[in-house]
Design a protein around this ligand. Structure first.
Ligand SMILES: Nc1ncnc2c1ncn2[C@@H]1O[C@H](COP(=O)(O)OP(=O)(O)OP(=O)(O)O)[C@@H](O)[C@H]1O
Ligand SMILES: [Mg+2]
Length: 242
């Protein structure tokens, strides 16, 4: 009971079918409060499907999701921003939609948190991809989530923007928000994920700390062990039939 009570979020036996195709084939996992969890896997692995189910946007065909009390924030792969409005106008709109008592104060807080203050008056369409992604995340945070779900948050960002993104996301986790993000990038998953969930073709192949994945890869793909980790990881997926 104790263990179950501390999990921020739990999913058991998730199955999702699109016609004949099984996008998820029975995925289990749990995340603890303040944990930074990476969902990693190749294209079509089921990452977006899993996160969408956790976000409550897509219904699973089988299985259960236990969510924490409180809001789940969702930052989709494709930012849903009003491109012709400014940063501030976008935030204000979403703060109102979320029913904040004092939307303007919430916007100020979010601008500060995401360091977007200088950009507040800029039209979103003219921002760099990295800054648009920050607005996207700020909007996800307006839900005041206890769990934040980020679908490939760093895609399209340059190294400096990536570093800023992770600094910011890590700080959120340190303050107790459970963060679950997806990525194709094994190095990024290893560096920032405290725990990794490896998905391929809808199956969960590994769930544990980065070091454990290194060991599994070494054990199961010894011929690639001397290569870089990404190459060894691809060999590991191949050994598992993917
Ligand atoms: N709305 C949909 N209708 C039909 N099939 C879908 C739908 N959404 C996802 N799928 C299929 O489900 C599988 C998993 O897709 P999903 O988008 O979850 O993968 P992903 O791991 O997020 O991939 P990527 O890395 O390309 O974003 C794929 O085979 C995909 O074609
Ligand atoms: Mg995806």
């Amino acid at each position: 009971m104790e263990g179950a009570a501390t999990a921020a979020l739990e999913a058991r036996g998730l199955v999702k079918r699109y016609g004949e195709r099984e996008a998820l084939k029975g995925v289990d996992f749990a995340a603890q409060p303040g944990e930074l969890l990476a969902v990693i896997g190749p294209n079509g692995a089921g990452k977006t499907t899993l996160l969408s189910i956790l976000a409550g946007i897509v219904r699973a065909d089988e299985g259960e999701v236990r969510l924490p009390r409180g809001e789940v924030g969702w930052v989709p792969q494709q930012a849903a921003l009003y491109r012709r409005l400014t940063v501030e106008e976008n935030l204000l709109l979403f703060a109102r939609l979320e029913g904040h008592d004092d939307p303007r104060a919430s916007v100020e807080k979010m601008l500060e948190l995401t360091a977007l203050g200088e950009r507040r008056g800029e039209i979103v369409a003219r921002l760099s991809g990295g800054n648009q992604q920050r607005v996207n995340i700020a909007i996800g945070l307006l839900a005041r989530p206890v769990v934040l779900l980020l679908d490939e948050p760093s895609a399209g960002l340059d190294p400096r923007q990536r570093a800023r993104l992770w600094e910011f996301v890590s700080a959120l986790a340190e303050r107790g928000t459970t963060v679950i993000f997806s990525t194709h990038d094994i190095q990024e998953a290893e560096r920032y994920g405290e725990r990794l969930l490896v998905l391929a073709d809808g199956e969960s192949l590994f769930d544990g700390p980065p070091q454990g994945l290194r060991e599994a890869v070494r054990r199961e793909a010894p011929e690639a062990a001397s290569r870089d980790f990404e190459t060894a990881f691809v060999a590991f997926l191949h050994h598992r039939g993917h």
